[in-house]
Write a protein that binds this ligand. Sequence first.
Ligand SMILES: [Zn+2]
Length: 550
Amino acid sequence: MKSFIFPLFLALIGLISSCMKGESVDLIIHNAKVHTMDDSNSIEDAIAIRDGKIIEVGPEREILNRYKADEFIDAGLKEVYPGLTDAHGHIMSYARQMLSVDLVGSRSYNEMLVRIEKYQSKHDRGFIIGRGWDQSRWKDDEMPTNEKLNELFPDIPVCLFRIDGHALLANDYLIEKSDVLNKVMNDNELSSGGYFIYDSLYNFTGVMVDNAMNPILDMLPDFTEKELSDAIMDIQLELLSYGVTGVHEAGLKHNEVKLIQNLIEKDKLHLNIYGMLMPTPENVEFAEKNGIYQKDNLLIRSFKVYADGALGSRGAFLKEAYTDKNEHHGYLTTSLERIKKIAGICESTGYQMNTHAIGDSTNRLILELYEDIYKVNPDHRWRIEHAQIVDPKDFSLFAQAGVFPSVQPSHATSDQLWAFSRLGEHRMEGAYAYNSLLSQFGMIAIGTDFPVEFTDPFLTIHSAVNRKNSENYPGHGFQPEEAITLEQCMRGMTIWAAFAAFQENELGTIEAGKDATIVMFESPVNAPEVYNTNFAYMTFINGKKVYSVE
Ligand SMILES: [Zn+2]
């Protein structure tokens, strides 16, 4: 009897092990340096992928022995990371910017005019929209006036947005067609959450900031769905070429949600989109009807609230007055009463509340508000977007109320040239303080705020780790004590960004069971003292190759 069973047992073992050796997968990426970004930050050689999921990650021999695959990719020792997420970007604004006159980087008012004339000679849309001027790059940091604009364009509406989208310059032709002049007559800064800018003789300059822009915004024609969709495809390609596979889209209107759904249905948009809804009536209805919404690569479970303006256009709400504008504190762009109402909607729909807060006063107000949700749900993951200027006394509230900081390191190195003049030395301590924020909450989600900044994640790394801009200024780094490490920065763009969207079970690390959303970079990922960008060699979303240099 014994002699009969034993060979059978051996045969069975043999059968099982040969089955195991031959387990089929779709794709094996091997001979790689796989930065898994798991808890122990382990580095492996190979990944087995099936049905869009990671089946196993491990040493070269083990993976190659255990699995047979339809396709093998020899990475030639290139570095592989989880696909990067831009935890705060604006695909829709970027699309519109691409279709408008590009004013980004103009070094003077005159250069801006030249760019507009050039654009207008090529496409006459009957309406000129430009985006991206930044007076802080011009001589004197003076806000522009529309005088020269009126001379050049006396009979066509012209609307030019500042880089941050929080201010615009309109020509008289457009202003006269709008309701702006009525509003200018009754200018009341504090109640409106915005302001008009006048010259020294108290003439209106054509510049409106934050809510003062509303009468013009209501009149702006939009681009066609086809134009926007084509621009979004270009943006997707740009992001994938950097290894960015997901975007936390910071503020969608209802028709924009539909446009994104459409592109996903047509299998054109592959990026993972975590869409924050603008709290419009249609969007509130959407949230109440759908609750947490996930369909394919679109996840909706948050509202975006603009609580104040931006620092560059002096709309950020500060505890003490601006150092460079007498008695001016900035303002809330949404009343506290309305903010509280939206918090109630978030609580009842189970949505996160992601609040744009730049000034120290705004940050304080929102932190206090979030303490309430913490009492009923400590794992709420409600976010503060930017958390740009925080009173050092208030830092501990991030930990105390469980508030997720969502930050954009390239803002620090862009704003360093003028932030000091707005804030004065004493407030700089709590400004762009990413290391302090990280030490409070234990995580930060990292993005770029494109198109306000460039999409390049390697500029984000340079800004976060070296605290220098693309021209490597300043040599010693801007407030270097607030630098974070390369590993922390990569976590901010992978696993911590996933946590900020409740996606940590699907995304953010290279571990068995997660989405095979990964990037293989051309060059090693590091943070050299001198800015040097890098690109994806191949990018995969759910196991599918969506970008390759070849
Ligand atoms: Zn933004």
